[in-house]
Design a protein around this ligand. Structure first.
Ligand code: SF4
Length: 470
């Protein structure tokens, strides 16, 4: 292994996994390894797996096998499997996948160092998640395009949602200290980052396990003080009654975006009870209402599960009614996936797959006109846009995101009629809208719109939606 100097990473699953991969990339750099994009060039391959739900597990297994096949065709000497899948099924994988040389878990990022350094290594190195929480001193190589980075503020989760297996293999919540997160944010800014997206399993519970119990609002405000950081964005908030501090920081802090990503999962009270969410549907109406009333210009992203055991037509209708009422800006819909070791996985009143798929389609259909109207309502408005760089799709355009679009999940804004550098935050006039993306003209640094030949300034459109019209 002494000569092995090339490494390839495959990162599967969520943004939290991506941060773990970035730490392992940092570790491999310290060990003198060079990352190669082509796996056939790599002497070491690391697959950072996802073990969350059925399809993600299948993708992880397929990827491991695909990479293992390179032992015969490429230069592969050592195949390392890390992440949630090996954390969740260590013995089973070790037995069924003899092609894997080393198994690390979801909290064993730093163990990659010795794995790369030593000729003889123990095959099974899956540890206890409680033993590790990321720190600002951990090496990290950023992989996100543009000038945005995820900030992992905690690991693990203390809740017991009946459909979710995560707490069983990611452990109890371990929040990082405010000072450590501020230190990491400062390092990120030094590397050109202007936007941080706060992530964890349960962001709203941040700090409850720390001395002094610092809140998410305290953390967001502290991060926003980091010089050079322009946008602080909050993801994955559990739908608890929001504290006044958090609402205030969302509503008034100039750098904490009035953007909320709050997975609601369902809206019918019997379903929420079965899902062990600790609240009923009424709470969600109140929450959305409170946020809309108190946070001007709020952009709201959420996600729901359809086809959970016991979901009746009536429950589903309640969910559709809620989605129509809430007029959310961005919506994700997931098909329920039964997971062993969860309370929902043992329930027997299953929803037939065909019915679940039809509900998935119907909920997406219910949301489409809402999303479309919200996008059209932006035409003629001026938005603050973070420029990511040249567009992948259109050679002559720049692309970026206005603050209501989170990286990787919410679409883009294509920018014409102007010049800007990646990482700049500039104003742009929206001239057109598709279902998920916007088109805009960059304004001059003085805030003026230079009309392209023959163009008239687009008018702001009237929209029928309750919240936007109000
Ligand atoms: S809050 Fe999220 S991660 Fe925690 S148990 Fe519920 S669904 Fe799973």
């Amino acid at each position: 292994m002494g000569d092995a100097r090339t490494i390839h990473f495959v990162s599967l699953g969520c943004a939290k996994n991506r941060v773990d991969t970035e730490v392992m990339l940092g570790v491999s750099g310290l060990e003198g390894f060079r990352h190669v994009d082509d796996p056939t060039e790599a002497e070491v391959i690391v697959v950072n797996t996802c073990g969350f739900i059925g399809p993600a597990k299948e993708e992880s297994v397929d990827t491991i096998l695909e990479m293992a096949a390179l032992r015969d065709q490429g230069r592969l000497e050592r195949l390392v499997v890390a992440g949630c899948l090996s954390q969740r099924y260590p013995e089973q994988l070790a037995e069924e996948m003899p092609e894997v040389d080393v198994f690390l878990g979801s909290s064993d990022m730093l163990k990659l160092g010795p794995v790369l350094r030593q000729d003889q290594v123990e095959r099974m190195q899956v540890g206890n998640p409680a033993d590790y929480t990321m720190r600002a001193t951990d090496p990290r190589v950023l992989t996100q395009r543009g000038h945005s980075a995820y900030l992992k503020i905690a690991e693990g989760c203390n809740r017991s949602c009946s459909f979710c297996a995560i707490p069983s293999f990611r452990g109890k919540q371990r929040s990082r200290r405010v000072e450590d997160l501020v230190a990491e944010a400062e390092q990120l800014v030094e590397r050109g980052v202007v936007e941080v997206c706060l992530i964890s399993q349960d962001t709203i519970a941040y700090g409850r396990d720390l001395d002094g119990r610092p809140s998410l609002a305290t953390l967001a405000a502290a991060l926003a003080e980091v010089p050079g950081l322009r946008w602080v964005r909050l993801h994955y908030l559990y739908p608890e009654t929001l504290t006044r501090d958090l609402v205030d920081v969302l509503a008034h802090h100039p750098k904490v975006l009035p953007y909320i990503d709050m997975p609601l999962q369902h809206a019918s009270t019997p379903m929420l009870r079965r899902m062990k969410r600790g609240h009923g549907g009424k709470r969600l109406y109140e929450l959305v209402d409170k946020l809309r009333k108190n946070v001007p210009d709020l952009v709201f992203r959420s996600s729901f599960i359809v086809g959970h055991p016991g979901e009746t037509d009536e429950d589903f209708r309640e969910l559709v009614d809620f989605v129509k009422w809430a007029e959310l800006d961005h919506l994700g819909v997931f098909l329920y996936s039964p997971e062993e070791g969860t309370a929902s996985g043992a329930m027997d009143d299953l929803v037939p797959a065909k019915v679940a798929r039809a509900r998935h389609r119907e909920l997406m259909r219910a949301q489409r006109p809402i999303s479309r109207a919200k996008m059209k309502a932006r035409i003629g408005t001026e938005l603050e846009v973070l420029v990511d760089g040249q567009s992948d799709e259109h050679e002559y355009l720049l692309e970026g995101r206005w603050w209501g679009q989170a990286p990787e999940v919410d679409g883009k804004i294509y920018l014409s009629n102007g010049d800007a550098s990646p990482g700049e935050i500039r104003k742009a006039l929206v001239t057109n809208a598709a279902d998920y993306d916007l088109v805009a003209d960059l304004l001059t640094p003085e805030g003026e719109w230079v009309a392209p030949p023959g163009a008239k300034r687009p008018r702001r459109r009237k929209v029928q939606l309750r919240t936007l019209a109000g």
